[in-house]
Design a protein around this ligand. Structure first.
Ligand SMILES: [Zn+2]
Length: 234
């Protein structure tokens, strides 16, 4: 397919170093792969790495990439975040892996029963991890290394009011916590209280597709200094 041969390239959502304000410059492509989306489309995605040009920068070695491109897929896999969230949703409502493969096949998504299991097991481990401990460790590390907290939050809406929220460290894209829940009232967002509070100086990169429901929930939990940077729409 022609559209696969031309990669869509993503730059970091920021063009200035978050640590010193220096200009960022392109260094190299961090990844280049074909990603399969939940509606069956395949696209080649290139994630471009940039670093700070200021010689006095405390961390000139840090490579900034596009959070939009990074969240598109699980490291080592080529399925979009939405597709992975849908697998978790179908498992939650007790669909068998054969049923899940069939549902995806109807949308021309090629996924094997084995990959359904692998993705489910991996996500299940993340859902069960001690996120409070993870928050503590990641926040301490960011404060010590970078003097600030920068998070990348993705919120994916699923059928039947389910929602998958994942929170990553902006600096290394590592997952801090992931939550799958049925979202019926504002109180269902209280899980965010663990990540956000008005005493913390936080910069956020937030997925654009969540602006409807998640954005006001994030906004009311952070102080006025919090900088919001949107994911690029793709
Ligand atoms: Zn810098």
């Amino acid at each position: 397919m022609a559209r696969l041969s031309i990669p869509k390239s993503y730059k970091p959502e920021i063009d200035r170093c978050p640590l010193c304000g220096g200009k960022l410059k392109y260094r190299y492509a961090v990844s280049n792969k074909v990603i399969q989306f939940s509606h069956g489309e395949k696209r080649r995605i290139k994630n471009l790495g940039y670093s700070c040009t200021n010689p006095d920068c405390p961390h000139p070695e840090l490579i900034y990439t596009s959070q939009t491109a990074a969240k598109l897929c699980l490291k080592g896999y080529t399925f979009s975040a939405k597709l992975i969230a849908e697998i978790m949703y179908y498992k939650t409502i007790h669909k068998s892996r054969d049923e899940i493969v069939n549902i995806f096949a109807e949308d021309n998504v090629e996924i094997s029963d084995r990959n359904v299991d692998i993705i489910y097991n991996k996500l299940q481990k993340w859902l069960e991890m001690d996120y409070k401990e993870s928050i503590k460790l990641h926040y301490e590390y960011m404060m010590k290394e970078y003097g600030k907290i920068m998070l990348s939050i993705d919120s994916i809406s699923l059928p039947d009011k389910y929602r998958l929220i994942s929170v990553r460290s902006f600096f290394n894209s590592e997952l801090i916590g992931v939550h799958l829940f049925k979202c019926e009232t504002d109180d269902d967002f209280n899980i965010l209280d663990n990540y956000l509070n008005k005493d913390l100086d936080i910069d956020l990169i937030v997925t654009i597709r969540s602006f409807g429901q998640t954005y006001p929930q994030i906004k009311k939990r952070v102080n006025d200094n919090c900088k919001f940077i949107s994911f690029i729409k793709f």
